[in-house]
Each structure stands twice: as structure tokens, then as C-alpha cells.
Write a protein that binds this ligand. Structure first.
Ligand code: MF3
Ligand code: CO
Length: 252
């Protein structure tokens, strides 16, 4: 394992890219509407990012074909934007975006959007997942925090509602690349290193929480991850930096 630590000035540059994602998400809250395709939404996002002199880093990453991942309802992550995939009233839509400038200073964030009225249990899923992210961040903030503190904070909160916590995908180090060491699991594994968090680490914390089983399947397109039982899934993500003055959220 090779953890690349970041300086405060590295983190400031990651934060600039993180702010592009956050302001884009805020725009999407009012711009995105039922009837649009995920392709339309992807185009809006790519334009927003490139107009600000930045790059939607997912594009071309390991051959991924678009600048964003847009995953609806039973899709957990890595939904590929498509002209035929139409957003409907009552859907939950998770949009996962990474932004860099000139191949560096990657920020990674995800928000799940709610399209109008959704079933009460789905609203609970979305709110619980958002809270899992907040609790994971708060756990990382405590002096002397270790990786397991993040993992167990996320897991326990979702598990208390009997929601499934995805294990096959994790949070991760980020900054000089999209995916760096270490892994940031959303459950406590006996095999995890449980390392101490330390100054200079930049981590993407990203609970992926399913209404039913934690088990997932990958579609034949090689990317789209969906729940094994086809029940809905929610996803929130922030990139955080551990500095000498404490924790900074770099995608706010
Ligand atoms: N934020 C996504 C992740 O952590 C980035 C995926 S890159 C893509 O998995 F190629 F899948 F889009
Ligand atoms: Co990520």
C-alpha cells in the first residue's frame, strides 16, 4: 500500500475542483426534471465543468464512456448516461462526479437527488445514507481516529434501519488520481488495516446503502452496478482532507 500524502496547497487545489462539483449539484437541484434523459443531464454536467476550465475525470477512466455516473433507483453506482434512460417522477437519481484540472487535484463527490414525491421508505433510505456520510465524516474528525471508526459509524447507522451496506465497493484515497490507497470500507472487515488517519490524507468517503440486500450484480455493460434484489439504493460522497488544524470537507 502506498499512501500519497497531500500538502495544504494540494488540498486547496483539490478543494477548488470540489467547489465546482458542489455548485453544479446545487444547480442540478432546480435544473434537473422528470422527462430528461441521463444523457441530457450528463451533457449539462460536462459543459458546466469544462466551462470552468476543468475536466470531468470519469471520462476515459479505465475506458468509462461519460463524464458522470448517473444511477437511478436499483442502480447502485456507475450507471452510464444514455439517451433512452429517462428520469421519472418518484425516482432517486445518484450523480457521481470527479473533477480534475490538467490531470491532477481530483475531487470526488456524489449526491442522490429525489424527483418529486417518493415512497416514505425510499425517503428514509436517502436520508439515512446522507446521515451515514455525515457520521463517517464526524468519526474521521475525532483526534486519533482510525479507519474502522469511519467504517463502523457508517455501517451501524444503516444497519440500525436494516438497510444493506454495499461491501464490494469502497471509498478510497483520491487527489493525485481518481482511486488511490487506502480503501475506505463502509463495514468493518477483519482484513482491513484499521490504520490511523493522519495529516495529509485525502479520502473519498462514500456510503452506498441498499434498501434490501447488500448484494450487488454488475450488468453486462461491465459498469452498471445494481442491487441483487432490484430494490433501491442511495449514495452520497464527499472528499475530505486531514489537515493539522483538523478535517476539511473539500467538496463543499
Ligand atoms: N467516483 C467514482 C468511484 O469512486 C468514479 C468512478 S470512475 C468511472 O467509483 F469511470 F467509473 F466513472
Ligand atoms: Co469515489
Amino acid at each position: 500500500m502506498m499512501i500519497e500524502l497531500k500538502t495544504q496547497s494540494d488540498m486547496d487545489r483539490i478543494h477548488e475542483n470540489g467547489i465546482i462539483i458542489r455548485t453544479l449539484f446545487d444547480e442540478l437541484e432546480s435544473w434537473m426534471e422528470p422527462g430528461m434523459s441521463t444523457w441530457d443531464v450528463n451533457q449539462f454536467c460536462e459543459n458546466y465543468i469544462t466551462q470552468r476550465g476543468a475536466f470531468p475525470s470519469c471520462k476515459g477512466f479505465e475506458g468509462y464512456p461519460a463524464g458522470t455516473c448517473i444511477s437511478i433507483n436499483e442502480q447502485v453506482i456507475h450507471g452510464i448516461p444514455h439517451k433512452d434512460k429517462i428520469i421519472k417522477l418518484g425516482d432517486i437519481v445518484s450523480i457521481d462526479i470527479v473533477v480534475d484540472k490538467k490531470g491532477n487535484y481530483f475531487a470526488d463527490s456524489t449526491r442522490t437527488f429525489v424527483m418529486g414525491d417518493i415512497p416514505e421508505k425510499t425517503a428514509l433510505l436517502v436520508n439515512t445514507t446522507r446521515e451515514c456520510l455525515d457520521l463517517g465524516i464526524r468519526a474521521a474528525e475525532k483526534p486519533g481516529a482510525r479507519m474502522n471508526d469511519i467504517s463502523s459509524a457508517v455501517f451501524e447507522h444503516a444497519n440500525a434501519q436494516h438497510f444493506g451496506v454495499v461491501r464490494d465497493f469502497c471509498g478510497h484515497g483520491v487527489g493525485f488520481g481518481i482511486h488511490e490507497d487506502p480503501n475506505v470500507p463502509n463495514f468493518v472487515s477483519p482484513y482491513a488495516s484499521n490504520m490511523k488517519l493522519r495529516e495529509g490524507m485525502v479520502l473519498a468517503i462514500e456510503p452506498m446503502i441498499n434498501m434490501g440486500t447488500h448484494k450487488i450484480k454488475v450488468l453486462r455493460d461491465g459498469w452498471t452496478v445494481l442491487t441483487a434484489d432490484r430494490k433501491p439504493s442511495a449514495h452520497f460522497e464527499h472528499t475530505i482532507g486531514i489537515t493539522k488544524n483538523g478535517l476539511e470537507i473539500l467538496t463543499i
